[in-house]
Design a protein around this ligand. Structure first.
Ligand code: SF4
Length: 279
């Protein structure tokens, strides 16, 4: 496949964009750069002391941009049990080097019983482990968010892009704000959704979120056919990954918009292209 853009071009654009924002803060060995202090889950991640625990790939949304192998209807129950058990074993093996766990999916709120089960099991292994949860927010309500809070989860991240920035889901940030120490919005930087994202920044400020995480959009076999735009290759051989061209550019447009508007929340540029590499 012939690619129109190279990683070099993207990194050059990134350098120029970053040079326009002298106040950016860089975070150690990961590639993240932010406009302010980062939430605890991100701090742990930038120190490479985090683990992603996938509860299952069942989801109540069907996002075009989703790079996970998600499905709507319950299936693969046995596989999912096996996968959770494998994640737990991995945690037990590496627990001395893990300070925090991001519970992800699929849609995590579908797996509330399994979350209860594993949070308790993990705490038996390591009492002071830090948890955060990713959700698309569609099924979020006071009751299920309270269950997470009572389990000791201190941080929640909403993918508002999954509901195309539905006002009903955005309002749930208000419920989360009353329950969690850290509330974040974490969305892919997808130029197709640029207007929706920009138009809803004010509501994120209104609900007093702590952080907006903008992910460079990863492209793989799960979303390649559904995504609009050009892709570029990052890294070579085993480190090879593909991303949407223009995603990172949009991240810096949003960062500049938020700084111009004086919003109080941190905006974080998060790309998986350099996980673990020293900048
Ligand atoms: S909500 Fe998240 S897990 Fe579900 S389809 Fe969308 S991106 Fe994938």
């Amino acid at each position: 496949m012939e690619l129109k853009y190279t990683e070099e071009q993207v990194l050059d654009e990134l350098k120029k964009a970053r040079s326009r924002i002298p106040s950016l803060i860089f975070h150690g060995s990961y590639q993240a750069a932010s406009t302010g202090p980062i939430i605890e889950g991100c701090r742990i991640c930038t120190e490479m002391k985090s683990m992603s625990f996938v509860m299952g790939y069942r989801c109540n949304a069907e996002c075009d941009f989703c790079f996970a192998p998600c499905y709507v209807w319950p299936k693969y129950d046995e596989d999912e049990k096996y996968n959770r058990s494998a994640c737990f074993k991995e945690f037990k093996r590496n627990k001395d080097n893990i300070d925090g766990i991001g519970l992800s999916g699929g849609e995590t709120l579908i797996y509330l019983d399994e979350i209860k089960d594993y949070v308790n099991k993990i705490r038996e292994e390591k009492q002071n482990i830090y948890f955060w949860v990713y959700t698309n927010g569609i099924e979020a309500n006071k009751q299920n968010l309270k269950v997470l809070k009572d389990l000791g989860v201190e941080e929640i991240r909403f993918n508002l892009a999954a509901s195309d920035y539905s006002p009903a889901v955005i309002n749930k940030l208000g419920i989360a704000r009353e329950l969690f120490k850290y509330v974040a919005v974490e969305v892919p930087s997808y130029p197709e959704q640029k207007d929706k994202l920009i138009n809803n920044l004010g509501k994120m400020q209104y609900h007093k979120i702590d952080q907006l995480n903008l992910q460079e959009l990863l492209i793989n076999n799960n979303n390649f056919d559904k995504i609009k735009g050009e892709i570029y290759q990052s890294g070579i051989m085993f480190a090879k990954k593909y991303f949407l061209y223009g995603s990172r550019k949009l991240t810096y447009e949003i960062i500049e918009t938020c700084l111009d508007r004086g919003y109080s929340f941190t905006v974080n540029d998060c790309s998986a292209s350099r996980f673990g590499r020293i900048e």
